[in-house]
Design a protein. Structure first.
Length: 152
């Protein structure tokens, strides 16, 4: 079973919904009549959430998909020394974008790709094992698509 890290969009939506809940509390404590608990968000809260989201993220959203800087594949299997294929090319492209690794995007996970992976993991302050698993994929895709890349 492959466990995927939440996409940046899912993380942003969680933050927006958390912010909406935080906004609803002061409103309910400000003398407004009590309302029954509901699983839906009132339309006014949705409008406020959308407005706040636009202020925080006008048009420079970091995305993964059609606007991804690397488009070899959307598959994110665990990779290690000896792996090959489009997922390795995707990882090599991300490493190039995220830390300026200068890798050939040849799809072969050799010693040079492993070394770049270790460098990235140290830079990102995540588990350093030279393998690309769920955590490394998550950081790689986010860092590679960030407007200020490369880092480190």
């Amino acid at each position: 079973m492959i466990v995927r890290a939440p996409s940046p969009e899912v993380i942003r939506m969680r933050r927006v919904l958390t912010a909406a809940a935080a906004l609803a509390l002061p409103i309910s404590l400000a003398g407004a009549p009590p309302v029954a608990a509901s699983h839906s968000i009132p339309a006014t809260a949705v409008t406020s959430i959308q407005a706040a989201h636009k202020l925080k993220n006008p048009t420079n959203l970091v995305t993964q998909g059609p606007d991804d800087v690397c488009n070899y594949t959307d598959s994110r299997p665990s990779l290690r020394l000896g792996a090959s294929g489009p997922a390795v090319q995707q990882a090599q492209c991300y490493l190039n974008q995220a830390i300026g690794a200068g890798l050939d995007e040849d799809g072969d996970f050799g010693q040079v790709t492993k070394s770049a992976t270790v460098d990235f993991q140290r830079c990102a302050d995540i588990i350093v094992d030279g393998r690309i698993g769920a955590q490394t994929w998550s950081f790689l895709s986010f860092w590679a698509n960030a407007p200020d890349a490369p880092f480190c």
